[in-house]
Design a protein around this ligand. Structure first.
Ligand SMILES: Cc1cc2nc3c(=O)[nH]c(=O)nc-3n(C[C@H](O)[C@H](O)[C@H](O)COP(=O)(O)OP(=O)(O)OC[C@H]3O[C@@H](n4cnc5c(N)ncnc54)[C@H](O)[C@@H]3O)c2cc1C
Length: 378
């Protein structure tokens, strides 16, 4: 079998790349070891936060803006709404300096990019926060950044819709098929699928945390696999403010784990919230996917209780997901060791979803050697 191009891994980034490639009139194959969208990688769990003043890096601002445009284009074409601009609030205790995803002063950096890129925003003190958002039990010293264009994305819908569009454009999708190795052949690139081999011209490799299977032994440890737990807490009946709440991110201490983020209630009964963890478990296949009672109690006591209003500590469900974290928390987009025909992307480090649509486009332009719509610093 021969294809001009293949995308290996159809999570957030791969689905976006396949969709963009399928518009080019070339023969394209998308392969995933599971049946995407699925719950085993980094792209599941109902919702992802998006924001334009991306404190993680100046170059990411244009990437987030371009992704919003692509999601709007998809909405006009299909009627599928992936992006919900609920507004977003970034809360800071005003006492502890805190960093996020490789950036030291996250709030300051966010405000500075919002000013530079003329992103509509407001700043608020604790009095204003309490008056407008009683769901957040902030300290007197607290301050906040509010962005209108921030909101949430539906990750499963984003993946499914881009894969459907790719299929409509002629792409072939092979689910439940693991690529065991990628090697140069005399006429192109050979994908080893175990029982069969497929020859393709070029490859976009978007394997998420499984990127480690394709990297040389010395590079692989620089990609950490960090287990994350998402919780859906039952909100009390009188806590009506969660339905129209902005998405929120709250740095309440100096450690990366002193952090809580969450979403408006999507079902009117539960609110999804989570913190972050940066402990390396080594490989996605080694991930512990069970959530213990101790973890629930720890999350309730140390992150939620006394911080947000409207909960009594009842959990409806919890799910495990993982980040693939690079040393500087930046995305890696590069040709795979010695192969000009294989472009890999590791775009997670806990903040990649909001950029995924534009990264898909970026990968295709880079592979074709074209002018880039959005430039990414390496
Ligand atoms: C809990 C959590 C919360 C997050 N919150 C946010 C947020 O609010 N905002 C934000 O912007 N970002 C967020 N992120 C980050 C974002 O979700 C990730 O950056 C993004 O989903 C990564 O997508 P991916 O395509 O790189 O990886 P994945 O979605 O894991 O996709 C990789 C795919 O490759 C396939 N694959 C791997 N190896 C092979 C192989 N050998 N053969 C075939 N297929 C293979 C896998 O099956 C998988 O489908 C969060 C991440 C997590 C885990």
């Amino acid at each position: 079998m021969k294809y001009d191009l293949a995308v290996v891994g159809l999570g957030a980034i791969g689905a976006a790349a396949l969709f963009q490639l399928s518009k080019r009139g070339v023969s394209v194959l998308g392969i995933d070891q599971f049946n995407p969208p699925h719950q085993y990688g980094s792209s599941h769990g109902e919702s992802r936060i998006t924001r334009l003043a991306v404190g993680e890096g100046r170059d990411y601002v244009a990437l987030a803006m371009r992704s919003h445009q692509i999601w709007e284009e998809i909405y006009s074409k299909t009627g599928k709404q992936i992006y919900y601009p609920t507004g977003g609030i970034l809360l800071d205790s005003g006492v502890h300096a805190w960093g996020k995803h490789g950036t030291k002063s996250f709030l300051d950096q966010t405000i500075s990019y919002a000013n530079d890129f003329k992103i509509i925003h407001e700043l608020a003190d604790s009095k204003t926060i309490k008056a407008r958002f009683p769901q957040f039990l902030v300290e007197k010293t607290s301050k906040a950044y509010l962005e209108k264009s921030a909101g949430y994305l539906l990750p499963e819908l984003a993946i499914a819709t881009q894969l459907e569009l790719a299929k409509e454009n002629g792409a072939v999708i092979l689910p439940n098929t693991k690529v065991k190795s990628i090697q140069k052949s005399p006429t192109g690139i050979d994908l080893d699928l175990g029982e069969e081999r497929i020859e393709v011209g070029k490859v976009i490799l978007t394997a998420g945390g499984w990127i480690k299977d394709f990297l040389p032994e010395e590079t692989s440890p620089s990609f950490k696999i960090c287990r994350q737990v998402l919780h859906w807490l039952e909100s009390e009946k009188e806590a009506k403010h969660w339905k129209d709440s902005p998405v929120f991110m709250w740095g309440f201490g100096s450690q990366p784990e002193d952090f809580l983020y969450g979403f408006p209630s999507l079902d009117g009964e539960t609110v999804k919230m989570a913190s972050e963890s940066f402990v390396d478990c080594g490989h996605p296949d080694l991930l512990d996917r069970t959530v213990t009672e101790e973890e629930l109690l720890d999350f309730w006591k140390n992150k939620v209780q006394g911080r947000v209003h409207g909960f009594s500590g009842k959990f409806r469900k919890s799910e495990v997901c993982f980040y693939t974290v690079t040393q500087d928390a930046r995305f890696k987009v590069d040709f795979l060791d010695g192969l000009d025909e294989v472009l890999m992307a590791s775009a997670c480090s806990g903040h990649g979803f909001k950029h995924s649509a534009a990264i898909g486009e970026h990968l295709v332009e880079k592979l074709f050697g074209e002018d880039l719509t959005v430039t990414l610093e390496s």
